[in-house]
Design a binder for this molecule. Structure first.
Ligand SMILES: Cc1ncc(COP(=O)(O)O)c(C=O)c1O
Length: 411
C-alpha cells in the first residue's frame, strides 16, 4: 500500500466547496455557522444560562412539547440516544425495540449494553410497522420501555408514531423515539402522540453540524430518572440522597444533566458553548419559519427530487407511502457502478450523495433534500449533474427529464 503524500500540518483547514445531498450530514445553514463563531462566555455567565433556557424553550416548540426537561446532550445524535437509554433502563429492565432498519439495530445494541432484557420485532427494510404489530409485541413482552426510530435513514422509511404512545402507556411502558433524521422535515408531535423521550441531532433537517443532541423527557420519564438519582460527591448538599440503581454513565446521566440545566445549575460537564449557539440557531430558524412550514418545505423539495429521479428512469426503493420527506433511496441500475457514480458526482460536480448500510449497501443511493439544502436550486443542480453522470456510467436517461419533472412539481 502506498502512503498518501503528507499535507503540511501547518496548512489551514480549507475544504473544497461541496453540496451535501446525501442522508446527512448536510451543509449547515450559514446563519448557524455564523452563530458558532460568536465569542465565548463563561459557563455560569447569566448570558450563557439565559441562552440555555432559551434553547430549552425553542426545542419545546420544535418538538411540540411542554416538557420542562428539554436539554442538549453534548455529543452527536448517538450520545442523545445513549443518554436516553442508559438513564431510563436499569439492568434487567425489559425493552421492546421494533427494528425497521440499521438505527433500530443501534437502539437494540445500546439497550443491550445497558444490561436490559432486549426483545425485538423486525419488519422488512423498506416497510414500517402497523400499530397492531407493536401492540401484540407489547402485550407479549410487557416492556418498561418501547424504543424505536421515527425516520430510519438507512431505509428512508418514516414510522408512524401517532398510535404508539397510547399503546405503550396502556401497558405501563414509556415510549422513546429517535427523531434524529426526521425532526423538522416530517411532522412530530411529542405531547399529542404521547412520546415520553425523544432525542435528535442537528445535521439533518435542523440544518446544523453534528455534535449536539436535543433531548426531551416527559414528567413520567423524569420520575424514572428521579428514582435513580445519585448526585456526585463534591457537589451534593445535605439534602441529596442516593436513590435506586445508579445510572451506569456519568457523562450521559440525564438526571445530572437536568440538574445542570435546571434551576440548581449543579455543575456537570462544561456546556459546549459554540455547539449550544449552533443548536439554538437551528431551532430559532425553524421556529421562525414555523414547524408546519418547515415540514411543507421538505415535502415539496423531497417530492421534486422523487419526481426527478423517477423521470431519469431510476426505481425508488421502499414503500413510497411511508417515505420520509427528506431522503429518497434510489435503486442502482443493473450494470451501473454505484460507487463510480458517487465518485463522479463528487469529483466533477462537488455533490455528495450516499449509499446505504447492510443489505442495501451498494444496492441504493440515498439522496437527501434536508435542512438548508431543501432548496430548489440544490434539487435542480443535483438532478442535472446526476443525468450527466448516469449517461457516462452507461445508463440512458432522457435528456432534461429529471430537471423537467422536478420543475413541474414546482410549477
Ligand atoms: C435515525 C438516526 N439515528 C441516529 C443516527 C446517529 O447519529 P450520529 O451520527 O449523529 O451519532 C443517525 C445518523 O445518520 C440517524 O440517521
Amino acid at each position: 500500500m502506498t502512503t498518501p503524500p503528507r499535507r503540511p500540518a501547518s496548512a489551514p483547514v480549507n475544504p473544497p466547496p461541496r453540496l451535501l445531498m446525501g442522508p446527512g450530514p448536510v451543509n449547515a445553514d450559514p446563519r448557524v455557522l455564523r452563530a458558532m463563531s460568536a465569542p465565548l462566555v463563561g459557563q455560569y455567565d447569566p448570558v450563557m444560562t439565559g441562552y440555555m433556557d432559551e434553547t430549552s424553550q425553542l426545542y419545546r416548540e420544535v418538538l411540540r412539547t411542554s416538557n420542562e426537561a428539554t436539554v442538549l446532550v453534548d455529543g452527536t445524535s448517538r450520545a442523545g440516544i445513549e443518554a436516553a437509554l442508559v438513564s431510563l433502563l436499569s439492568p434487567g429492565d425489559r425493552v421492546l425495540v421494533p427494528v425497521l432498519g440499521r438505527f433500530g439495530h443501534l437502539l437494540r445494541e445500546i439497550a443491550e449494553r445497558c444490561g436490559a432484557q432486549v426483545h425485538t420485532i423486525e419488519t422488512a427494510w423498506g416497510t414500517v410497522f402497523e400499530p397492531e404489530q407493536v401492540e401484540a409485541a407489547v402485550r407479549r413482552v410487557r416492556p418498561h420501555v418501547v424504543a424505536l426510530v421515527q425516520g430510519d435513514t438507512s431505509t428512508t422509511m418514516n414510522q408512524p408514531l401517532e398510535a404508539l404512545g397510547e399503546i405503550a402507556h396502556a401497558h405501563g411502558a414509556l415510549l422513546y423515539a429517535d427523531v434524529t433524521a426526521s425532526l423538522g422535515g416530517n411532522t412530530f408531535a411529542m405531547d399529542d402522540w404521547g412520546v415520553d423521550v425523544a432525542s435528535a441531532g442537528l445535521q439533518k433537517c435542523l440544518g446544523g453540524p453534528s455534535g449536539s443532541a436535543p433531548v426531551s423527557l416527559s414528567p413520567a420519564a423524569v420520575a424514572v430518572l428521579d428514582a435513580r438519582r445519585h448526585v456526585e460527591h463534591g457537589i451534593r448538599d445535605e439534602h441529596d440522597e442516593d436513590h435506586g440503581v445508579r445510572i451506569a454513565s456519568n457523562y450521559l446521566d440525564l438526571a445530572m444533566i437536568l440538574d445542570y440545566w435546571g434551576p440548581r445549575r449543579l455543575n456537570h460537564h462544561t456546556e459546549a458553548t459554540s455547539m449550544l449557539y449552533a443548536a439554538r440557531e437551528c431551532a430559532r430558524l425553524l421556529v421562525d419559519e414555523g414547524m408546519d412550514a418547515a415540514v411543507e418545505r421538505h415535502r415539496l423539495h423531497g417530492a421534486a427530487m422523487l419526481a426527478g429521479v423517477q423521470a431519469l428512469g431510476l426505481r425508488v426503493f421502499g414503500d413510497l407511502a411511508h417515505r420520509m420527506n427528506n431522503v429518497v433511496a434510489v435503486e442502482i441500475p443493473d450494470g451501473v457502478d454505484g460507487d463510480g457514480v458517487r465518485a463522479a458526482m463528487l469529483e466533477d460536480y462537488g455533490i455528495e450523495i450516499g449509499t446505504s448500510f447492510g443489505p442495501l449497501h451498494g444496492r441504493v443511493w440515498r439522496i437527501g433534500t434536508m435542512g438548508h439544502n431543501a432548496r430548489r436550486d440544490a434539487v435542480l443542480t443535483t438532478l442535472a449533474a446526476l443525468e450527466q453522470v448516469l449517461r457516462s456510467a452507461g445508463a440512458a436517461p432522457v435528456a432534461g427529464s429529471g430537471v423537467g419533472a422536478a420543475r413541474e412539481v414546482y410549477a
